[in-house]
Design a protein around this ligand. Structure first.
Ligand code: C5P
Length: 193
């Protein structure tokens, strides 16, 4: 079965948790596309070359989840040739047999406009920063500033800016616990299978 679930939204809205739960529930493969951009940013050197030669080992680095890696990712993600170099891999993953969940910023709009289900998962910047701060610690005000800076760069860039696809279902998780957000997403997918 070919079945793609595209899950987009800003940083720390709950995309990863929801995506993993949806993939596990329906037996679909899961791709965290942010990891591709994080790995390109972390590799150093020419980002276009890094994107064209990205390997499993690059994706397995254990320093890709830091705030710095997120900032570096959002910088290289503004480069059109970097995005182009990653398109084929993502599309092939999306259309693999057995179903796939991809989360990112442009899955429903650019990578898989034909996805069977599109979700746009969001929450207020304050709630997202608080969640991220619970994970990474440090100064909460600085985490909020970092989240807002990354939101702005992702939404303002010329190529594939962060935005909900016209046909995406919006899930605002500001006032939801994890289990409610996951159940909402699973109900939407189940109704379309
Ligand atoms: O989702 P995550 O926080 O890991 O993404 C890191 C950065 O990678 C984002 O801020 C965004 O700039 C970029 N990104 C993107 N397109 C995607 C996934 C991530 O531009 N599909």
């Amino acid at each position: 079965m070919i079945f793609t679930v595209a899950i987009d939204g800003p940083a720390a809205a709950g995309k990863g948790t929801i995506s993993r739960a949806v993939a596990a529930r329906f037996g679909f493969a899961y791709l965290d596309t942010g990891l591709l951009y994080r790995a390109v940013g972390a590799k150093g050197g020419d980002p276009v070359e890094a994107a064209r030669t990205l390997s499993e080992a690059d994706l397995a680095r254990d320093d890709l989840r830091t705030l710095e890696a997120g900032q570096a990712a959002s910088r290289v993600a503004t480069i059109p040739e970097v995005r182009e170099a990653l398109v084929d891999f993502q599309r092939r993953f999306a259309r693999r047999d057995g179903g796939a969940v991809l989360d990112g910023r442009d899955i429903g709009t650019v990578i898989c406009p034909e996805a069977e289900v599109k979700l746009y998962v969001t929450a207020s910047a304050q709630v997202r920063a608080h969640r991220r701060w619970l994970e990474v610690g440090g100064d909460e005000a600085q985490v909020l500033a970092e989240v807002m800076e990354r939101d702005k760069r992702d939404a303002d860039r010329a190529v594939s800016p962060l935005k909900a696809a016209a046909d995406a279902v919006v899930i605002d998780t500001s006032d939801m616990g994890i289990s409610e957000a996951v159940a909402t997403a699973i109900d939407i997918v189940r109704a379309r299978i």
